[in-house]
Design a protein around this ligand. Structure first.
Ligand SMILES: Cc1ncc(COP(=O)(O)O)c(C=O)c1O
Length: 422
């Protein structure tokens, strides 16, 4: 971890976390004890969800669920629904922690919100840039293309489909999963010949299957050489809470002036509840997706979600505040230590795999003997059925050395018989 100064991110005691969340909830509307009758929202149904339980007293996240704040809109933009202003402040702080203390943005230079997941955050980015090119350059959809590597997540296809855009995949090197300059330049040249003028480039900060990381400079050089206009988004849904801590220099942060937005996802490595994708963009961009018709929402709505639970933002803030930046680094180091250990053992066996040194993913060639272990150990394939070419191990918190050792014990006899070596 190269960063030594953190502006917002602090490790807090559990009593401090509880106090902050409870105070924020108290600053939200109290549905029971006031005269408001126009808000189409309420606390959870007490007949079903036991809101009187003494358990809730010491459980800030459960309390947030029961009190059910709606974080509709994007609160870093300034004006939002006043009913939930207490907990919206926690979400704003979370966005600043991620933007500034993890992704190296200048303070208060970004907007963002907690999305349903990485998919939504990626679609939000591509939606913004499509509208930017349409509005500012008078572009038609067929002059715009989404460009990403062939290892990028399928949410880019969803985005291209929904937003009626073409998508161009840049093939990666089969063994090191990296982009090749010649391939990029050639594909971009072809796009230009075919009438594309504007590119929405998505660079990967750890791919789903390999944990590989794109070099954004390769895209930037080629785009300049070919002469096209572009905006660049980073998909850090998998790696956003890991890569910045494990690399010496993060080329995919907001320090890079060409990068305008980044997706993170707290329901993966952060172990937060589902519904905690995070979208962050430089200020001035959210306006391209304002829905003017959202007149009943104070501050309008510039998110894809619409209504969304404030409890999700609170959960992520709670996890990050429990660890603090150094605790987070330490937790990630433990995952790296286990992954390194696994790789050493695989090397001893002479097995082929791909692993990016800053990632906790080890992707094995799906040779028949590895396939034999796939169901038992839940190895995830790149493609289900007989066409699987790769099978991955993801060293999460629960994937201990004991579990990895069990896998290796099952693998060793296969390797000894010479069957599994490639
Ligand atoms: C790199 C990457 N991007 C995007 C996503 C989509 O995230 P979600 O499933 O939260 O929508 C994933 C999910 O695995 C991912 O690995």
């Amino acid at each position: 971890m190269t960063k030594s100064k953190f502006y917002y991110w602090r490790k807090l005691k559990s009593s401090e976390i509880r106090e902050r969340v409870m105070k924020a909830l108290d600053e939200n509307v109290d549905f029971e004890n006031n005269e408001l009758i126009g808000v189409p929202a309420s606390h959870l149904d007490p007949k079903v969800f036991n809101s009187g339980s003494p358990l809730l007293k010491d459980a800030p996240f459960l309390n947030s669920l029961v009190r059910n704040p709606n974080h509709i809109g994007c609160h870093t933009l300034g004006t939002s629904e006043p009913f939930f202003k207490g907990t919206q402040e926690i979400e704003k702080e979370l966005i600043e922690i991620c933007a500034v203390d993890i992704l190296e943005a200048e303070r208060e230079s970004c907007d963002g919100y907690v999305a349903a997941g990485g998919t939504e955050a990626n679609i939000q980015a591509i939606w913004i840039y499509r509208n930017f090119f349409k509005r500012e350059r008078d572009a038609s959809n067929d002059q715009i293309a989404v460009v990403c590597s062939s290892d990028a997540h399928y949410s880019m296809y969803k985005a291209a489909d929904l937003l009626n855009l073409d998508i161009e995949l840049i093939p990666v090197d089969e063994s090191n999963r990296s982009l090749q300059r010649e391939e990029i330049c050639q594909k971009l040249g072809d796009l230009k010949k075919n009438g594309k003028k504007y590119l929405i480039v998505v660079a990967n900060m750890m791919t789903t299957m390999f944990g590989s990381v794109d070099d954004p400079e390769l895209y930037i050089d080629c785009i300049k050489e070919v002469g096209l206009e572009f905006r660049m988004h980073v998909d850090g849904a998998y790696g956003g809470f890991l890569h910045p801590f494990m690399c010496d220099e993060n080329k995919l942060s907001f320090k890079n002036p060409y990068i305008d937005s980044i997706t993170l996802d707290a329901h993966k490595l952060v172990q937060a509840p589902y519904g905690t994708g995070i979208f962050i963009a430089r200020k001035g961009l959210m306006k391209y997706v304002y829905t003017e018709q959202a007149q009943y929402v104070k501050g309008l709505d510039a998110t894809l979600s619409g209504s969304r639970s404030g409890a999700n933002a609170i959960a992520v803030w709670m996890v990050l505040s429990t660890y603090g930046p150094h605790g987070w680094f330490e937790k990630n180091q433990m995952l790296m230590m286990r992954t390194n250990w696994l790789c050493e053992k695989l090397d001893d066996m002479g097995l082929y795999y791909y692993r990016n040194p800053t990632a906790n993913i080890v992707t094995l060639k799906a040779i028949p003997e590895i396939r034999k272990l796939a169901d038992r150990f839940g190895l995830v394939p790149d493609s289900h059925g007989d066409s699987a070419r790769w099978l991955k191990i993801v060293v999460m918190e629960h994937v201990t050395l004991d579990k990895l050792a069990n896998f290796l014990t099952a693998l060793r006899p296969l390797v000894k018989s010479g069957e599994a070596v490639v």
